[in-house]
Every structure is written in structure tokens, then in C-alpha cells.
Write a new protein. Structure first.
Length: 116
């Protein structure tokens, strides 16, 4: 399984970005996909997750109401729509997949910079 993240960039506070994560390899309805982020000098933290079946999503409190995770079955792509971005959202964003109880595969990361 390979994950390819893209869509990062630089925006001003209040702006929006859409991150994409293209998946190659097997996907099952029970597979979970997640977005994580790592700010400079900080640990990587959870942002959002979605089950491939699309029936389950979960978000970190810090992004609820601003970020939305979704997937396109035909394109085998996971999206993270980020709205009303804040400077504290600045980080490298990673997508990951879970086939068991942990995230087994990780993409290379895409950088998001939000200026005030």
C-alpha cells in the first residue's frame, strides 16, 4: 500500500485548502484512513479519520466544524477540506491507513502554512 499526499500550500488566516491522499493497493470497507499533522517542534497529532465505507468519521476537537474528511471510491482518494484556517493549523500533514488496530502505512506529508 502506498499513500501520496498533496495539496499543501501557503494561505492567509481564514482561507481554505483541500488536501488529497491518493491510495494504491488494496482497500477494504473496514479500512480506516486518517490525517495527522506535525507542527514545527511538536509531536505528530491526530486530525481526522474516516472509514472507507464512509459511515464513520471522527475529528480532533481543534478542527471540528472547520475541517471535513471524505473519500472518493472511484479515485481511491481521501480528502481533507480545511476551512477558516488559523496560524496554529500550520504543520506538515500526513495521511495514513489502518488495516488493524494501528496506522500501518503513511504518506510522505504535505506542508501547510497559514499566515496571520
Amino acid at each position: 500500500v502506498q499513500l501520496q499526499a498533496s495539496g499543501g500550500g501557503s494561505v492567509q488566516a481564514g482561507g481554505s485548502l483541500r488536501l488529497s491522499c491518493a491510495v494504491s493497493g488494496s482497500i477494504f470497507s473496514s479500512t480506516w484512513f486518517g490525517w495527522f499533522r506535525q507542527a514545527p517542534g511538536k509531536e505528530r497529532v491526530f486530525v481526522a479519520t474516516i472509514r472507507w465505507s464512509g459511515r464513520n468519521t471522527n475529528y480532533a476537537d481543534s478542527v471540528k466544524g472547520r475541517f471535513s474528511i471524505s473519500r472518493d471510491i472511484d479515485l481511491k482518494t481521501i480528502y481533507l477540506d480545511m476551512n477558516n484556517l488559523k496560524p496554529e493549523d500550520t504543520a506538515v500533514y500526513y495521511c495514513a491507513s489502518s488495516y488493524s488496530t494501528s496506522y500501518d502505512y503513511w504518506g510522505q506529508g504535505t506542508k501547510v502554512t497559514v499566515s496571520s
